[in-house]
Design a protein around this ligand. Structure first.
Ligand code: T5A
Length: 222
């Protein structure tokens, strides 16, 4: 049986990595094998492209070229990590996926929706998430959280964007959540991580019934 595919989306510092890790932990406690991954990245080739994108080296090429680079990274991630894990029956949890390209490059970068749609059809094809959680917090709190976590490390290419950019980003995610209610679940992520995790868990149990998942014994290192 194919595993389940869950993605986390939202603006900077909304708590995606935190919630992805908490959900993985909870599923593993039930004996479910989980591949916890992220974008851009999640495979050797995609991690190389991540570096190019987040360093800002590709910014002068424009949003269209960046969309193609994110898609190239996604292709490698799907081929090397996501599809093999799903075929083994594992559950895959990805911190960001194709919706990030729709929102960051499509809506904010004003790349033609036909190009974004074509890249998604070509690269993602039928490997669509079963559930996408869209975490929502006010822009100010999200940026403050991201800044606190970053500490002295330099801000990346997208963290350096203006507050207006991040406000539009938030609105674009709210619009996405409203436009695809069967797949997307909007989560108010202002509360403590444990409280947000309970909201996420309640949706996962209602929609995907983890208690019925076949158990896979994960390899244990000798
Ligand atoms: N991008 C990506 C594109 O433009 N197009 C694409 O197609 C793709 C895939 C990736 C960047 O690339 C762009 C989008 C991004 O700008 P990244 O380094 O992977 O960059 O960073 P982000 O995905 O943006 O994630 P962040 O690291 O900014 O934040 P998260 O994962 O949302 O938040 P998290 O969990 O790391 O938490 C941040 C801090 O807040 C605390 C945590 O402990 C941490 O310190 N925190 C909370 N504090 C209070 N209450 C809560 N509920 C909290 N939850 C977490």
């Amino acid at each position: 049986m194919r595993g389940r595919f869950i993605t986390f989306e939202g603006g900077e510092g909304t708590g995606k990595s935190t919630q992805a890790a908490l959900l993985a932990e909870r599923l593993r406690e039930l004996g479910i094998a989980v591949e916890l991954t992220r974008e851009p990245g999640g495979s050797t080739g995609a991690e190389v492209i991540r570096h190019v994108l987040l360093s800002g080296a590709a910014k002068p090429l424009g949003a269209e070229a960046e969309a193609m680079l994110f898609a190239a990274a996604r292709e490698d991630h799907l081929e090397c990590t996501i599809r093999p894990a799903l075929e083994r029956g594992q559950w895959v949890i990805s911190d960001r996926f194709a919706d990030s390209t729709r929102v960051y490059q499509g809506v904010l970068g004003a790349v033609d929706p036909r190009i974004i749609g074509a890249l998604e059809r070509l690269v993602v094809g039928p490997t669509r998430p079963d559930i996408t959680f869209i975490l929502d917090v006010p822009v100010k709190s999200g940026l403050a959280r991201a800044g606190a976590r970053r500490g002295k490390r330099a801000a990346d290419r997208f963290e350096l964007e203006t507050p207006e950019f991040h406000q539009k980003l938030r609105e674009a995610y709210l619009h996405l959540a409203a436009s695809e209610p069967d797949r997307c679940v909007l989560i108010d992520a202002r509360a403590e991580p444990a409280i947000v995790a309970e909201q996420v868990w309640s949706v996962v149990t209602q929609r995907l019934d983890p208690a019925m998942a076949p158990l896979i014994i994960e390899d244990v290192a000798p």
